[in-house]
Design a protein around this ligand. Structure first.
Ligand SMILES: Nc1ncnc2c1ncn2[C@@H]1O[C@H](COP(=O)(O)O)[C@@H](OP(=O)(O)O)[C@H]1O
Ligand SMILES: [Mg+2]
Length: 253
């Protein structure tokens, strides 16, 4: 039976669109390209798929994408899709790494209302369509997911203070999903990131009952004029206070 996309609600549409882009990315990855050519081809292919599907199936909605010029009409729109067609571009260009993702989020009237994070190389999509129950914690010692190429310096001091282990990996979406999947207990980032890097992951993590905030504990706010959203914590709720308290005492520099 072929799927009729016009029947999909926003949650299922986010999943479907992210998986379509993921399939395109898997095809690009076997074309024999390398390095920057592979990164550029991946970014372009996934953007083309998502832009096309949104234009066809959600024509009245605004879009904020890493791979398209920012259109300021989104600031007056009631519904805005915030998308990162390929998050973890660097890891995508290093086969057989699987830590890269497609992010599709919907912001509506002030908050994230739907989201999907596809991890095509794993064949898995995490979403608000079917919120995950975070498994029981399997590690007594907290595991903190960090950027494998740009880990913030303060996270090492945080890990020493709370006796945590750092788990480096690529892609903001993959790191947030590692908390959803009990591969890590927290993801802590500072020093730079954009709304598209964390909107869909945060929508999925919130639906799974995880704590999501800026590193100072304040709320993550989306569809702001400023696309930069440089820091965040996603963690099991019981770890939030310790992490925020550390940042309040030591800062992030
Ligand atoms: N200091 C920084 N400044 C700007 N963007 C950053 C950043 N650190 C991480 N990011 C972005 O956040 C995403 C996850 O990064 P990382 O894998 O290092 O954790 C990447 O998105 P893209 O791959 O979409 O560019 C990366 O560009
Ligand atoms: Mg990104």
């Amino acid at each position: 039976m072929t799927l009729d996309p016009s029947t999909l609600d926003d949650h299922d549409f986010a999943v479907w669109a992210a998986e379509q882009a993921g399939a395109a990315l898997l095809r690009v990855r076997v074309e024999g390209l390398e390095g920057k050519a592979l990164k550029d081809a991946g970014d372009a292919a996934a953007q083309a798929v998502l832009a096309g599907l949104l234009a066809e199936h959600r024509p009245g909605d605004a879009v904020l994408s890493e791979e398209a010029a920012d259109d300021s009409t989104r600031l007056e729109a009631s519904r805005v899709w915030i998308i990162d067609p390929l998050d973890g571009t660097r890891e995508f260009s290093e086969p057989p790494r699987d830590d890269w993702a497609v992010h599709v989020a919907l912001w509506q009237d002030g908050r994230l209302v739907a989201g999907a994070v596809a991890q095509p190389a794993l064949g898995e999509t995490f979403s608000t369509a079917a919120p995950r129950v975070v498994p029981a914690r399997t590690s007594d010692r907290p595991r903190i997911a960090v950027s494998r190429t740009r880990p913030p310096a303060f996270v090492e001091a945080l890990a020493a203070e709370i006796d945590a282990e750092l788990v480096p990996m690529g892609s903001a979406g993959v790191k947030v999903m590692s908390v959803v999947r009990d591969v890590a207990d927290a993801y802590v980032h500072a020093g730079g990131q954009y709304q598209w890097d964390n909107a869909a992951p945060v929508a999925v993590a919130e639906a799974a009952g995880l704590h999501c905030s800026r590193v100072d504990g304040s709320p993550l706010v989306y569809n702001e004029a400023e696309t930069s959203l440089p820091d965040l914590i996603v963690c099991r709720p019981e770890l939030a206070e310790q992490i925020i308290d550390f940042v309040k005492r030591h800062g992030i520099d």
